[in-house]
Design a protein around this ligand. Structure first.
Ligand code: ZN
Length: 189
């Protein structure tokens, strides 16, 4: 049976509002795009460094605590400050941001399969509504809760009609752009 892939790609994380000790008040903290990795007795701590937009004070947001290297498949990405990985973590830690949805596959698809790179979590009905141009109510009939990577959704007749009319894949103008805000995304774990 043909499947349409919906790929979720983190784009721009929203700033995280928290108290800045130096400014002595709530401020927006923006991801610096840089990770800090600290090794102690074969255990690793990983943080994503945010900066206060007003005074540049740093906030190290915990990504992993006391983890073994073998438990961290993205360790090379942390060391290299991989931009896409940093964007995903900034969105997961901050709980909001904008992302793109790329569609790949056949218009005749009867099923959708979501691709959601860790650690992102996305509300399934919202993602589906944005991807297909469905109403929230129509999307919620098909799927609820959070999208897990690999989640497959069976399309009903209305959704299949919409999919058949979508500009799909290989078309640079094609991908739908979603701009989802908190609480659509939530913290991992
Ligand atoms: Zn500050």
């Amino acid at each position: 049976m043909s499947v349409l892939i919906v790929r979720v790609i983190a784009r721009t994380p929203s700033p995280v509002v928290r108290r800045c000790a130096r400014c002595d008040g709530p401020r927006e903290f923006v991801s610096s795009g840089r990770f800090r990795v600290n090794a102690q007795k074969k255990r690793l701590d990983v943080w994503l460094v945010f900066k206060c937009a007003a005074c540049d004070a740093t906030w190290n947001a915990t990504v992993h605590e006391r983890a073994r290297a073998a438990e961290l498949p993205d360790l090379d990405g942390y060391h290299a400050n991989d931009a896409a990985l940093a964007a995903r973590w900034a969105m997961a830690l901050g709980g909001a941001g904008s992302f793109d949805l790329e569609l790949e596959g056949e218009r005749s698809a009867a099923r959708l399969r979501f691709r959601v790179p860790s650690p992102l979590r996305v509300r399934a009905d919202l993602a589906l509504a944005r991807a297909l141009g469905l109403s929230r109510a129509a999307a919620a009939r098909l799927v609820r809760g959070f999208v897990q990577d690999g989640l497959e959704v069976e399309l009903d007749d209305e959704a299949r009609r919409l999919v058949a009319a979508l500009p799909i894949a290989a078309d640079p103008e094609g991908p739908s752009v979603a701009d989802l805000r908190a609480p659509e995304l939530v913290n991992p774990g």
